[in-house]
Design a protein around this ligand. Structure first.
Ligand code: SF4
Length: 121
């Protein structure tokens, strides 16, 4: 199982969103505990979860590797269009919790991380 966290639209003040990155850590730490108990079942890398910490996540999302390497295609009528990123045009990058963003950062050559993803070959 892979846990991906909410990617809020800009100015989202709904109950769906964690108000701050600090608030989100309750859920991130829950995933971390689940991974400790079930390392073969939870695919999120420990380093990716580490990168979601409030003192690290802003640098990760500001240099979003998913935006640079993932080509999103949305069907609009009878043609394909490319939105701002795979989460659409209306996004709040500063509170983005997309698994792919932190996974790519954790796996980047610069991170030095070689932790395999559970279930991967
Ligand atoms: S909202 Fe989109 S561009 Fe912004 S950090 Fe998340 S995936 Fe990257």
């Amino acid at each position: 199982m892979t846990f991906s966290f909410y990617v809020p639209p800009a100015d989202d003040r709904s109950d769906l969103v964690w108000p701050t990155l600090e608030d989100r850590m309750v859920a991130v730490d829950t995933v971390r505990r689940l991974k400790e108990k079930h390392p073969e079942f939870v695919r999120n890398r420990s380093r990716a979860l580490d990168l979601m910490a409030p003192d690290r996540a802003p640098a990760v999302t500001a240099a979003c590797l998913a935006k640079r390497t993932v080509l999103p295609l949305y069907l609009e009528g009878d043609r394909l269009v490319t939105p701002f990123c795979c989460y659409g045009n209306d996004v709040d990058c500063s509170r983005c919790g997309a698994w792919v963003v932190f996974e790519l950062a954790a796996g980047s050559a610069a991170s030095g991380d070689r932790e395999p993803v559970a279930g991967s070959r």
